[in-house]
Design a protein around this ligand. Structure first.
Ligand code: NI
Length: 185
């Protein structure tokens, strides 16, 4: 069966309270429906980062998506990271950060999210490097080491699985707190 392509309107907006749910652990074997969703997420994220495709299908650009952003409260996420010669695609189920750097960084132009359709100013401190452990879709244990932008993407998406939005990390009284303490990327 051919599944429909994901559209921007399929992604929950920040006003949707489901984004505040703590997603549930996935059991194996995974349901076919979830595998289909993962493939749709990858397709969306990849196309959204290719200008012509993004324009053609009216996609908002993004590099990561957690299942809850489609209203599915299950612990899996996908990241499509643009690299020199294309895209690196990551799928991880029941992910956990098992170690992190002491050093913290932040996205200078501000972090973005497919569920947040507005500019949000402020510093979101993130670990510069993380090691994430979890499972692939077949239930094999995997371990991913990520740094810089990719490390931020993992932290951002894992937050979604816990009902946390990126701006929860911004100090409302002093949004640029940490500017001199952390490294901008
Ligand atoms: Ni997000």
């Amino acid at each position: 069966m051919v599944t429909d392509m994901l559209k921007t309107k399929d992604i929950l907006d920040e006003k949707d309270k489901r984004l505040r749910l703590v997603s549930k652990e996935v059991t194996f074997p995974m349901e076919k429906e979830d595998i289909d969703h993962i493939n749709e997420m990858i397709e969306y994220l990849t196309n959204s980062q290719i200008e012509e495709e993004a324009e053609k299908y009216d996609l908002r650009p993004g590099m990561g998506m957690a299942a809850i952003q489609l209203g599915i409260p299950k612990r899996y996420l996908t990241i499509v990271h643009e690299v020199e010669d294309g895209f690196d695609t990551y799928v991880i189920v029941n992910p956990k950060i098992i170690s992190n750097s002491v050093e913290k960084i932040y996205v200078e132009e501000g972090e973005g999210c497919l569920s947040v359709n507005r500019e949000v100013d402020g510093i979101v401190p993130r670990f510069a490097r993380v090691t994430v452990e979890g499972y692939d879709t077949d239930g094999n244990q995997i371990r991913i080491r990520a740094r810089e932008e990719l490390a931020i993407a993992f932290q951002h998406e894992i937050d979604h699985l816990n009902g946390v939005m990126f701006y929860d990390h911004i100090d409302p009284k002093d949004p640029f707190k940490g500017q001199n303490e952390y490294r901008a990327i």
